[in-house]
Design a protein around this ligand. Structure first.
Ligand code: ATP
Length: 251
């Protein structure tokens, strides 16, 4: 399988140019993204905010190669995604991207450690290296003492931290998060967004997060406000008040 040629352009790691996307339902065609142009940079947490149905998840899916655009161009790490075969796109996503979703997407039968090790085995990492990376990632999200537990034994916030550790252990250049705090209360939501922010800063990762939760705005480096399939504004938010820390539970 060929590896895509990676040539990042300065610190811009994701570029959408004149991207459009429509869905057809019966005889009705609805345009979800219209001529959307956007650059996203590494080492930053970029938040795409906007009302439900404005096209945030569709944009994330297109930028991450999960869905094709109808028109326009999407470049990720210098690679034009539409130029990749299905196999190369899958390989690109495996090697360079991590995903965090609203519903955690954990396997009920696996411990936190096993959940994090699993994608590393798909990537072909030797067992010892996979174990080391998985432990380090779980420690980084404050779950060093909970890694033998299964999802039913973890809180919602802890489950989302396992999902973040699973993505982080792959050491992806691009980390995509779709409504990662929607299922959580305010304190846990802030902890999650602050972990994502720290990953961007400490690992140089491009973190792109979509959310309709206005409480997250102050925790991002950059906020893109979306409405009706367009970017309405692009700004740096004011610094937030101090967030609660992700603590290691005592049990
Ligand atoms: N596979 C699909 N088939 C048909 N319509 C779709 C499909 N995916 C999304 N849509 C429609 O596209 C529009 C935008 O959806 P999208 O999920 O991108 O919005 P969103 O801003 O992420 O919303 P939310 O905040 O509620 O998750 C919605 O009207 C949705 O119904």
């Amino acid at each position: 399988m060929s590896t895509p040629h990676i040539t990042p352009n300065a610190n811009v790691t994701l570029q959408a140019s004149s991207v459009s996307k429509s869905f057809v339902s019966g005889r009705v065609q609805s345009t979800v993204l219209q001529n959307l142009t956007l650059d996203v940079r590494g080492s930053e947490l970029t938040l795409i905010s906007g009302p439900s149905g404005c096209g945030k998840s569709t944009l994330l899916a297109i930028l991450s190669g999960l869905q094709p655009a109808d028109g326009g161009s999407v470049r990720a790490l210098g690679q034009e995604l539409s130029g990749l075969s299905i196999n190369d796109l899958e390989y690109f996503r495996l090697q360079h991207t991590g995903f965090v979703f609203q519903g955690f997407n954990l396997f009920p039968a696996l411990t936190a450690l096993e959940q994090v090790e699993l994608p590393l085995s798909y990537m072909g990492l030797p067992k010892g290296m996979a174990r080391k990376r998985a432990v380090e990632s779980l420690e980084e999200v404050g779950l060093g003492s909970r890694m033998r537990l299964r999802p039913t034994e973890l809180s919602g916030g802890e489950k989302q931290r396992v999902a973040i550790a699973r993505a982080l252990a792959k050491q992806p250049e691009l980390l995509f998060a779709d409504e990662p705090t929607s299922a959580l209360d305010s304190d846990n939501g802030q902890i999650i967004i602050d972990i994502l922010h720290r990953i961007a800063r400490n690992h140089g990762t491009t973190v792109l997060c979509v959310s309709h939760d206005p409480r997250l705005v102050g925790h991002a480096d950059r906020v893109l406000a979306m409405e009706d399939g367009r970017i309405l504004s692009d700004h740096v938010p004011p610094a937030p008040s101090k967030a609660p820390e992700a603590k290691e539970p005592s049990a």
